[in-house]
Design a protein around this ligand. Structure first.
Ligand SMILES: [Zn+2]
Length: 498
């Protein structure tokens, strides 16, 4: 007998800055990454999900100064807010990685630097440039909009320093080929085209260190130079490697790298699809396979931002009123996977009441009520509802990570089942006819519990428990000859939100 190793899937969220509390946009990214992981598990794959916080930023130093606490205290406090959110939103992460972790992060970050240095790709030079502290990034005049940072709408400061530089320009052609061939897949098409244009426009070498003085000594020291600290973006990106043991635990690192999917927001796509792959090329490390770039959430058309109180809706506050499944469902249902979407509390209430309570909750409760009353123990029949289930499209959607479309397809099936009840009126039926209707509906609900699991895992497991079935594999999503579970109606899945 040969033993087939399970296919491995390594997924990362971005690791956000901790200079302020998380907003609902972070919740969206966590939910997306979680759904990708749970689908991979339903496909029988062995998964690992890394999330965490990016803590070596100059922004943290400044924020801590303003609060008159140490930078580490600020990071501990704010990192916990993100940890609380990933737990509250039910992100099934395996690693919560913090880049201020000297034991697990610093050696890998420095090892990566040394590999690039050995490749001859790091040099030192005098530099002046326009720097946005918000982005922790240099901009050229051409990249600014009316002289302002396109992300923060603030005026960048002119910075003069002697820094280390990375030879990004050297990898321009290689990177172009990798993106064009799809070997490095940038999702979506729009984002891919944007990045291709940037690369074709020419890549300048990038500054990858800061003076100890300007960074106040906070961050990862540059190997062999006590005067310089690694630029926060360079050490932050290496978290994806270090979280799985790069430079410390080669066996584990080899097991999981390369990452299958980096889930990120569009504001940091340049770092993940240009700088990061070029650094990896330089270091001789395999590239991630896919970079999934989601859009931004807006509130009444305005970009959601940690620093704008008008738009900084706290997901933790939302989750005091709503179940994690309700927020998860709304975020995926209303936001296009790869474009911007508008968040509103009215929209959340509406989706919860109309679709989770109205469509899904009512379907499950009606069917189980009738099934319990029928007294039947075995349900067989012709699977007439099967043709309403677009399983191939759902599977394709899950493979191509278009989560929004995939959820829509599953909910279409839920609505078909409700129409089937309304048309067949099983409460008026008896005998073989009733058995056939219930067979179809019970099998349909069993399948729905599996297909909705990545999106709303707690609810799905509750449905499966009512049916005496299990959520295990996408392979179980075909109608069987008979419904073989049990039936226990129990409590309603959702309550009306007032
Ligand atoms: Zn900025």
């Amino acid at each position: 007998m040969t033993f087939m190793a399970k296919e491995r899937v390594y997924i990362t969220t971005s690791i956000p800055y901790v200079n302020a509390a998380p907003h609902v946009g972070h919740a969206l990214e966590f939910v997306q990454a979680d759904i990708i992981k749970r689908f991979a598990e339903l496909m029988g794959k062995d998964t690992l999900l890394l999330t965490g916080t990016d803590e070596n930023s100059l922004k943290n130093v400044k924020a801590a100064e303003a609060l008159k606490i140490t930078t580490q205290e600020l990071c501990d406090r704010n990192s916990k807010l993100f940890k609380d959110l990933v737990d509250a939103i039910n992100l099934d992460y395996d690693i919560f990685f913090r880049s201020s972790d000297k034991k697990n992060h610093f050696p890998g970050a420095q090892h990566l630097w040394e590999l690039c240095d050995q490749a001859g790709d790091i040099y030192k030079k005098e530099y002046s440039g326009l720097y946005c502290v918000g982005c922790e990034a240099f901009y050229t005049e051409g990249e600014l909009e009316n002289g302002l940072c396109p992300e923060h709408k603030t005026k960048p400061e002119m910075v003069h320093e002697e820094n280390y530089f990375f030879k990004l320009s050297k990898y321009q052609d290689k990177l172009l080929k990798l993106i064009e061939s799809g070997e490095l897949e940038i999702m979506s098409k729009n984002r891919r085209n944007e990045i291709l244009n940037l690369v074709k426009g020419g890549l300048d070498d990038i500054s990858i260190s800061r003076s100890v003085a300007r960074s106040k000594g906070w961050g990862v020291p540059v190997p062999g130079d006590p005067e310089q600290i690694m630029y926060v973006w360079i050490d932050a990106l290496s978290s994806y490697l270090n979280g799985i043991g790069f430079g410390i635990d080669e066996k584990n690192f080899k097991k999981w790298w390369p990452a299958d999917v980096h889930v990120i927001g569009k504001g940091i796509s340049r770092f993940h699809t240009i700088y990061w792959p070029c650094i990896l090329l330089s270091a001789g490390i395999a590239l991630p396979k896919r970079v999934f770039v989601h859009g931004y959430l807006t509130v009444a058309g305005e970009k959601m931002s940690k620093s704008n109180p008008k738009t900084a809706i706290s997901p933790i506050d939302v989750l005091k009123k709503y179940k994690s499944d309700e927020l998860r469902y709304y975020l995926i249902r209303d936001m296009p996977t790869f474009e911007d979407g508008d968040f509103s509390l009215d929209g959340l209430k509406d989706r919860t009441n109309k679709e989770l309570l109205g469509d899904l909750g009512n379907l499950v409760s009606r069917v189980l009520t009738i099934a319990e009353k029928s007294g039947l123990k075995r349900f067989e029949g012709k699977p007439v509802l099967q043709e309403k289930l677009k399983l191939d499209e759902i599977k394709k959607g899950a493979e191509s990570l278009d989560l929004h479309e995939t959820l829509e397809k599953v909910m279409e099936f839920v609505r078909s089942c409700n129409r089937y009840i309304n048309d067949s009126e099983p409460w008026k039926q008896s005998g073989k006819q009733l058995e056939e209707s219930l067979y179809n509906l019970l099998e349909a609900i069993r399948i729905i519990s599996i297909l909705l699991y990545p999106f709303i895992p707690e609810t799905s497991e509750k449905i499966a428990a009512k049916l005496g079935t299990k959520v295990e594999s996408l392979d179980d999503c075909a109608f069987r000859d008979a419904f073989l579970g049990s039936v226990a109606k129990g409590e309603h899945l959702f309550k009306k939100i007032e």
